[in-house]
Design a protein around this ligand. Structure first.
Ligand code: MN
Ligand code: MN
Length: 305
C-alpha cells in the first residue's frame, strides 16, 4: 500500500510566466516512451509480479522502493506542466468571437494540452504530441537479471530523453526540474548497476554515465550535486525496504563521498496553488453559481457548507 504526502518531492518554485512551448516539451517526460510513467509502471509491475520476495529480498526492496520514488516524479512533472500553462489562456470573450486560446498554436504548445481529454493546461497521460502512454512500454520478464538489465537501460534511455527535452527549452523552471530528475535518474542507473554487480559479478558501473555526460556538466544539476542528492537513496517507507542498504553501498561515481540510504522521504516543497481554470467554464465562469449549487446539494443531503 501507499502513504501519500501532500508535498512535491523537491522544492520547485512555480514558473514565473506561462510557457506553453516548454510545457509541451516537458509533457514528453510524463507519457513518452522513456518518460516517468514508463519507469514508474515498469518498476511497479515488476514489484507486483516479483516471486521469491523472501529469498531475493534486497532486489525486491530496491525495485519496489524506486517505484515509489517514481510516483513522486510523475507528480513533479504534472506540477511543472500545470505551472508552465498557468495563466496561458487568454482573456478573450468567446461570445464576441475572440479566439482566446490562439496563442497556443503560435506559441508552439501542444494543442492536446488545450483540446485533449484533460482540463485546459493540464497534464495528460500522453507524450509531447498527445499520443497516449502505452501499457506495453512496461517490460517485465520475470527473469531478475533481465529485468534489472532492462531497468539499467531504461534509466539511461530516460536520461537521454531528458537531455533532449533540456535542449528543446531554455525555460528556467523546466530546466530546474530537469536538473533534479537528471540527478535522480543517475542514482537509479547506479543502483541498478550495483544490483546487477551483486547478482552476477559484472562491473556495470564501468559503462556509466550513459550518455557520456556527467551530471555536473548540466548547470541545473549542480545545486543538487552540491547537496549530495546523487549519493542518496531514500527509503520511501515507514518500516520496510531496509534491505536496499545491501545494494546501495560503496562510493559515489564522482568520488565525492559514500553512498547513503536516508530513512523516509525527502523534505520536499509545497504544492502549487493555481487559479481557477476559467476556460473549462466557457463562455462564462460563475464560481458563485457552482458554490451555490454545491451548498444546495449539501443541504439536501442533510449537511451544511
Ligand atoms: Mn524518474
Ligand atoms: Mn528513475
Amino acid at each position: 500500500m501507499f502513504l501519500r504526502i501532500d508535498r512535491l518531492q523537491v522544492e520547485m518554485p512555480l514558473p514565473k510566466a506561462p510557457d506553453p512551448t516548454a510545457a509541451a516539451a516537458v509533457q514528453e517526460l510524463m507519457g513518452g516512451r522513456f518518460g516517468e510513467m514508463t519507469t514508474l509502471n515498469t518498476y511497479m509491475f515488476q514489484s507486483f509480479n516479483f516471486r521469491q520476495r523472501g529469498a531475493l529480498r534486497p532486489y525486491y526492496a530496491l525495485i519496489a522502493n524506486i517505484a515509489t520514488e517514481e510516483l513522486g516524479h510523475i507528480e513533479l512533472v504534472a506540477a511543472a506542466v500545470n505551472g508552465l500553462m498557468n495563466g496561458a489562456e487568454g482573456k478573450g470573450d468567446i461570445t464576441q468571437g475572440d479566439a482566446a486560446l490562439k496563442g497556443f498554436v503560435g506559441g508552439g504548445g501542444s494543442i492536446k494540452n488545450v483540446v485533449g481529454p484533460g482540463p485546459v493546461g493540464g497534464i495528460m497521460a500522453a507524450d509531447s504530441l498527445g499520443a497516449p502512454w502505452r501499457g506495453d512500454f512496461i517490460f517485465n520478464s520475470g527473469n531478475l537479471i533481465l529485468d534489472l538489465l532492462h531497468n539499467f537501460f531504461l534509466e539511461n534511455a530516460a536520461r537521454t530523453a531528458k537531455l533532449r527535452v533540456y535542449q528543446l527549452t531554455d525555460n528556467p523552471a523546466a530546466r530546474r526540474m530537469l536538473g533534479y530528475l537528471f540527478t535522480r535518474g543517475g542514482v537509479h542507473a547506479h543502483a541498478y548497476a550495483l544490483a546487477l554487480e551483486k547478482l552476477t559479478g559484472v562491473d556495470m558501473k564501468k559503462m556509466l554515465p550513459i550518455p557520456n555526460l556527467a551530471p555536473e556538466q548540466i548547470p541545473e544539476s549542480r545545486p543538487y550535486l552540491a547537496e549530495g542528492w546523487h549519493r542518496r537513496l531514500y527509503r520511501f517507507s515507514l518500516d520496510d525496504y531496509d534491505e536496499i542498504r545491501q545494494i546501495w553501498t560503496g562510493d559515489s561515481l564522482d568520488g565525492s563521498g559514500p553512498l547513503e540510504v536516508r530513512d523516509g522521504p525527502p523534505e520536499g516543497g509545497p504544492q502549487y496553488e493555481l487559479d481557477a481554470n476559467t476556460e473549462a467554464f466557457i463562455p462564462d465562469y460563475h464560481p458563485q453559481e457552482i458554490l451555490e449549487m454545491a451548498r444546495k446539494l449539501y443541504q439536501k443531503a442533510g449537511g451544511t457548507l
